[in-house]
Design a protein around this ligand. Sequence first.
Ligand code: OGA
Ligand code: MN
Length: 285
Amino acid sequence: MNIHLEAVAPTFVARAQGIDLRDPPTSAQVEQIEDALAQYGVLIFPVQALDEIAQDRFIRCFGPGRNGTFKEAAGGNPNFIDVGTVDDQGAPIPRDSARWEYMLANRLWHTDGSFNERPIRITALLARELPPVPPPTQFADMRAAWEALGPARQAQLDGLRVVHSILRSREQTGMTPEKFDPQTLATHPPSVHPLVRTISRNGKKSLYLASHASHVEGWPVEEGRALITELIAFATQDQFVYSHPWKLHDFVMWDDRWTMHRATPYDGPHPRKMRQCAVFETEPV
Ligand code: OGA
Ligand code: MN
């Protein structure tokens, strides 16, 4: 059966129905979802109470699993991370722990894993437990932002290359390098990616930026940083942003190549449990 897509935001974001993600997807469904990600960027699959096996099987249809190395794996699966207030056993994550501090950077506009040479291509979050008034997750359409810049500005920007570093995002939330475990730092050297990316499936261009973006290759650091700050502010204006109002068992999947996202603060008294999984690019950008 065809997946039914219904647009929920003017330039990107669709609700996807008519598929039960507990069943292994067919190759036709995987292709349809790839097309939908290239067109919409953010897909909301409502009411998908996935167990670990189904969630893992589904995301791996789209590429190699991320197999996290620097945060605690959830549910014993190295591709799962619990993004929220409690750990895998339901115990509150201490606010002064490295894990909490590390996750604070989720509140900055970013795309996942852009500090890797092969960044994350797709991420998905499953809402497993939510506070009574769930704080939204916000998404920004980096394609619409690119298109709104206009040809003259686009010509100045196309071809620039940006250095991304895991330290740059954490520097902005006050996490100092000593707080990282040495293995994380050793395995995450900075990476350089084009400022403007093209999605091969439809040839469309977009800005590629994140809180991890540190500076512009070949430019004085402060000048590059000013450009990055200006472009992120431009791309996250209201007309490019969608705020997702979470419902229990929403499975939300996004294309990290042409969207950014951020958490809104969720440190209230009620538990919030999101199980995250992701797949890498198969080639450098
Ligand atoms: C993520 C992320 C935002 C949120 O899981 O990559 O940034 O609202 N999450 O949990
Ligand atoms: Mn993220």
